[in-house]
Design a protein around this ligand. Structure first.
Ligand code: SAH
Ligand code: SF4
Length: 366
C-alpha cells in the first residue's frame, strides 16, 4: 500500500491522522512544525518524538519531495529549479532575490489549460493539477536551498505565478495556502502570499470567501477583443466582470490588488491602450505591474523598446495610477514561465505534449 505523504495535510487533518495512530494530538503539532518551518526531510530528524513513534511514522507515511533535476543561477542571483515529480512530469520553481528578502515563484499545475498565446506554458497544453505536497514541496526546497547557501535574507514572499492557473486547482491551492499561513508552521503573512489569476470570476469569489490572500489579476489588455485573442479562455469572463470581482475581493491589510500587464510590441503598449487602461482602473486603489514581454523563439511576439515601456508607465502615473515595471530577472537562465521546462521536454521527448503542434506562430492582432 502506498504511504500517505504527510505534506498533503493541514494541521487539523494531521492531528486527526496522528490521533488515529493512538497518539495525543500535540504530536501532530510537533510533526507539522518539523515538516514546515524546520524543513525536515525524514521522521528521524524529529528528535522530540519517541524513537518508536518515529519508526511507526516512517513505516506508515512519506515526506517525499519533488526531485531537483536541474538548478540554474543567473548573474542576478535568480535561481531556477527544474523539478521532476513522481510520475515523471516536470515543473519549475524560481527563487528571486529582492532588496531585503527573497520571493519564491511556485507552480500549481503541470502545463496550463488556459492557453495564453504569449506564455510558453500555455502553448504546451495541460497535463494535471499538482498535489498539495507538490506545491508545499517547492517551498520546502526553496527554503532549504537558501539555508544551505547561508542566505541572510528571509524567503518572505510566495507568488503563485509559476506554471499553471492556480484557481483551476482551487481545492489544493486553498489547502496549500492554509498550510503556508498557519502560525504553528511556516507562518507566512497572508499579505505575502500572492495568488495570480487570469480572472476566473466564480473561483475568485470562492477564494475570497474561503481564504483570501493578496491577489494579482493578469489583465494584459484593456479591451475584450485584444484580451480574448491573447487569453482564449477569457472569452467567458469579460473584463468588466473580472474587474468587478477584483473590487469585491478582500484587501488584506488594506493592500492593493495588482493588475499584471505584459507589454507586447504592436499589440497592447500604445498610448491608446494606456488611456483605456487608466479609464478602467480609475477610482479604485489598484496597482499596475507592467511586465515587458519575455521573448522566446517559439513565441510569436516581440518586446517593446525601453522608450515605449517608459512612456506607457509615465502615462499611467500621470493619471494617478500607481505603476511599476517588473525588472526582468533570470533572462540568462530562461526564467520566464515554462521556458526551462520546455527545454527539458523537448530534450527528453520532442513529441510529448504536442509541443510543436500547439505553438501558434504568426499570431497577429489587427
Ligand atoms: N496563470 C496565472 C499565474 C501564472 S502565469 C496567471 O496567468 O496569472 C505566470 C506569469 O508569467 C503571469 O504573470 C504571466 O503573465 C507571466 N508570463 C507568462 N509568459 C510570459 C512572457 N513570455 N513574458 C513575460 N511574462 C510572462
Ligand atoms: Fe496559464 Fe498563466 Fe501561462 Fe496563461 S499566463 S497560459 S494562465 S500559466
Amino acid at each position: 500500500m502506498e504511504r500517505l505523504n504527510l505534506r498533503n495535510y493541514t494541521l487539523d487533518e494531521l492531528k486527526e491522522l496522528i490521533k488515529d495512530l493512538g497518539e495525543p494530538s500535540y504530536r501532530g503539532e510537533q510533526i507539522f512544525h518539523w515538516i514546515t518551518c524546520r524543513e525536515a526531510l525524514t521522521f528521524n530528524e524529529m528528535t522530540n518524538l519517541p524513537k518508536t513513534l518515529r519508526a511507526k511514522l516512517t513505516e506508515k507515511f512519506s515526506l517525499e519531495l519533488p526531485q531537483i533535476i536541474e538548478k540554474k543561477t543567473d548573474i542576478d542571483e535568480t535561481t531556477k529549479f527544474v523539478l521532476k515529480l513522481k510520475d515523471g512530469e516536470i515543473i519549475e520553481t524560481v527563487v528571486i532575490p529582492e532588496r531585503d528578502h527573497y520571493t519564491l515563484c511556485v507552480s500549481t499545475q503541470v502545463g496550463c489549460p488556459i492557453g495564453c498565446k504569449f506564455c510558453l506554458t500555455g502553448t504546451m497544453g495541460f497535463k494535471r493539477n499538482l498535489e498539495v505536497y507538490e506545491i508545499i514541496g517547492q517551498v520546502v526546497l526553496g527554503r532549504r536551498y537558501l539555508k544551505e547557501k547561508g542566505a541572510i535574507l528571509p524567503l518572505r514572499n510566495i507568488v503563485f505565478m509559476g506554471m499553471g492557473e492556480p484557481l483551476l486547482n482551487l481545492e489544493n491551492l486553498i489547502k496549500a495556502l492554509k498550510i503556508l499561513a498557519h502560525p504553528k508552521g511556516f507562518n507566512y503573512s497572508k499579505k505575502r502570499l500572492t495568488v495570480s489569476t487570469v480572472g476566473i470570476v466564480e473561483r475568485m469569489d470562492i477564494l475570497a470567501k474561503e481564504f483570501p490572500t493578496a491577489l494579482a489579476l493578469s489583465l494584459h489588455a484593456p479591451i475584450d477583443e485584444i484580451r480574448q485573442k491573447l487569453i482564449p479562455a477569457a472569452k467567458k469572463y469579460p473584463i468588466k466582470e473580472v474587474i468587478s470581482a477584483c473590487k469585491r475581493f478582500p484587501r488584506i491589510k488594506h493592500g492593493r490588488i495588482t493588475i499584471e500587464y505584459i507589454l507586447i510590441k504592436d499589440v497592447n503598449c500604445d498610448l491608446n491602450s494606456a488611456s483605456k487602461l487608466a479609464e478602467l482602473l480609475k477610482d479604485y486603489p489598484f496597482k499596475v505591474n507592467l511586465i515587458p514581454f519575455n521573448p522566446h523563439p517559439d513565441l510569436p511576439f516581440k518586446r517593446p523598446d525601453e522608450e515605449e515601456i517608459e512612456k506607457f508607465q509615465k502615462y499611467l502615473l500621470s493619471q494617478g495610477i500607481l505603476t511599476t515595471i517588473r525588472k526582468s530577472k533570470g533572462l540568462g537562465i530562461q526564467a520566464a514561465c515554462g521556458q526551462l521546462r520546455a527545454k527539458h521536454i523537448k530534450k527528453s521527448n520532442p513529441n510529448s505534449m504536442n509541443f510543436k503542434s500547439t505553438v501558434r506562430t504568426g499570431f497577429i492582432i489587427s
